[in-house]
Design a protein around this ligand. Structure first.
Ligand SMILES: [Zn+2]
Ligand SMILES: [Zn+2]
Length: 133
């Protein structure tokens, strides 16, 4: 049955994101999921990701305009940002969201905000130290 299969795929994607300590790209999700579901198509993953986004179960992040990462949300109000290192590709947590206050003042003007993106990329401390030599 179509819907049964979709549920299984969706649960797989959720558990992959849940068990990851950093946001994952579609390719990374794909490379993990084919161990268990070798015949899954990337389009299927995209479709399930869209459903999970609609259900507010995951968050979406942009990196260098073209790369997109997804992260499982422990609860629906959870909201976080990341710093991406261009060299080692590590992902670091931003300690807080700096846009809340700005959002409140925009909403005070009657604008309804749906989401925001904040992209910070650069060179992490470990990689920066290697540059000094
Ligand atoms: Zn680095
Ligand atoms: Zn934010």
């Amino acid at each position: 049955m179509q819907s049964g299969r979709n549920t299984k795929q969706k649960q797989h994607i959720v558990s992959i994101l849940k068990n990851s300590d950093r946001p994952l790209s579609i390719n990374e999700i794909y490379n993990k999921i084919i161990n268990d579901l070798p015949r899954i198509a990337k389009s299927t993953i995209y479709r399930n990701i869209d459903i999970l986004l609609d259900n507010n179960l995951i968050e979406k992040y942009y990196f260098n305009d073209s790369e997109v990462f997804y992260r499982y949300k422990e609860n629906r109000n959870e909201h976080a940002h990341f710093i991406f290192c261009d060299e080692c590709k590590n992902v670091y947590d931003l300690p807080f969201c700096p846009l809340r206050e700005l959002e409140e003042s925009i909403e005070a003007d009657g604008f309804i905000i749906k989401e925001h993106q904040l992209q910070i990329t650069g060179i992490c401390r470990d990689c920066a130290q290697n540059h000094v030599n």
